[in-house]
Design a protein around this ligand. Structure first.
Ligand code: NAD
Length: 296
């Protein structure tokens, strides 16, 4: 493994998890974000994450102390990347923001640094030119709750160097992930491409009043042996994000307009946003789908 120093750009939902997991596995991680105020929020997120690591992966205090020692913080991009072997970009899912970020990054990063984007829907080929180093650029995509859902999807564009691709696969394994290489570019990678048609089909049945969330989640969990069903997934992802994904599908599936109308009227306008604010299709904490007798 040639990578030692990793910089994570963007310390939001996923960036904070990627930084913490990477530091937990022994790498030196610099967390970069817009200003010191946002970085202070990242530190608070790391404290919350350390509680999850204690309860979910039995992390010891020594491991957590080492994790915090491996983390440093910086709001100056040139300074944040000066020693980076790998930079993982987790800035907002917005083409203009990512373009501007890579433009600035290309001017200050050392030649050795590999750039990886955690974008869920945008393709590496969209940014390859602006990175200034297309052969050292690819996607490295993680799932939310990285310490528990430890999967990494590695996806190059046509100009990505195979040796760089292989090195990033090795890196993802070194930070405790199961690695899933993609053989060609695919918006949504593997996981989201497989998941969303199922989730939105359930949403369509709900929007057409054919069935209700509890029955559909129960059926999915029972038959597929899954931990949760499509409506719980929407609550976990958040109903604003779900709305945006359904909107993208509406371009080629007009039934999605019914889903958009009902999501808007019954969820978003009622301030039911999912787990993040305690109410979505279910009430949180302790939603009924988590109860021991849900499948009885
Ligand atoms: P978020 O909004 O929670 O966090 C984005 C962070 O980027 C914020 O801390 C913000 O201050 C920072 N930021 C904004 N502009 C910046 C810039 N120019 N330079 C550095 N930092 C900047 O977003 P998120 O949900 O963590 O998503 C980030 C990326 O990860 C997106 O590309 C998204 O598609 C992807 N992703 C998200 C999830 C998820 O479940 N949230 C899952 C997988 C992948």
């Amino acid at each position: 493994m040639n990578f030692k120093n990793v910089t994570v750009a963007g310390s939001g939902v996923l960036g904070s998890q990627i930084a913490f997991q990477t530091a937990f596995q022994g790498f030196k991680v610099t967390v970069y974000d817009l200003n010191d105020e946002v970085l202070a929020k990242a530190k608070a997120k790391f404290s919350e994450l350390s509680e999850c690591y204690k309860s979910d992966v039995n992390a010891t205090q020594e491991q957590l102390d080492n994790t915090f020692n491996n983390l440093s913080y910086c709001s100056n991009l040139a300074e944040a990347v000066k020693d980076a072997d790998l930079l993982i970009e987790a800035v907002p899912e917005n083409v203009d923001i990512k373009n501007e970020f890579y433009k600035q990054l290309s001017q200050v990063a050392p030649a050795k640094t590999v750039f990886a984007t955690n974008s869920s829907t945008l393709l590496p080929s969209q940014f390859a030119e602006v990175t200034g180093r297309p052969e050292k650029f690819l996607a490295l995509h993680f799932a939310n709750r990285i310490w528990d859902k430890n999967v990494a999807e590695i996806m190059g564009h046509s100009g990505t160097d195979q040796a760089v691709f292989d090195e990033v696969i090795e890196f993802s394994k070194a930070i405790g992930m199961l690695a899933f290489p993609l053989y060609k570019e695919q918006s949504g990678h593997l996981l989201n491409t497989m998941t969303w048609p199922m989730v939105l089909s359930a949403a369509e049945l709900w929007a057409k009043d054919v069935s209700d969330p509890i029955h559909m989640d129960k059926m999915w969990m029972k038959v597929m042996g899954a931990e949760f069903g499509p409506f719980a997934i929407m609550d976990i992802v958040g109903l604003n994000t779900t709305y945006n994904i359904a909107k993208a599908y509406a371009d080629f599936n007009p039934s999605m307009n019914l889903v958009l109308e009902k999501l808007d009227a019954e969820m978003l306008n009622q301030d039911r946003l999912g787990i993040q604010n305690g109410e979505g299709f279910y009430q949180y904490p302790n939603p009924v789908w988590e109860a021991a007798d849900f499948l009885k």
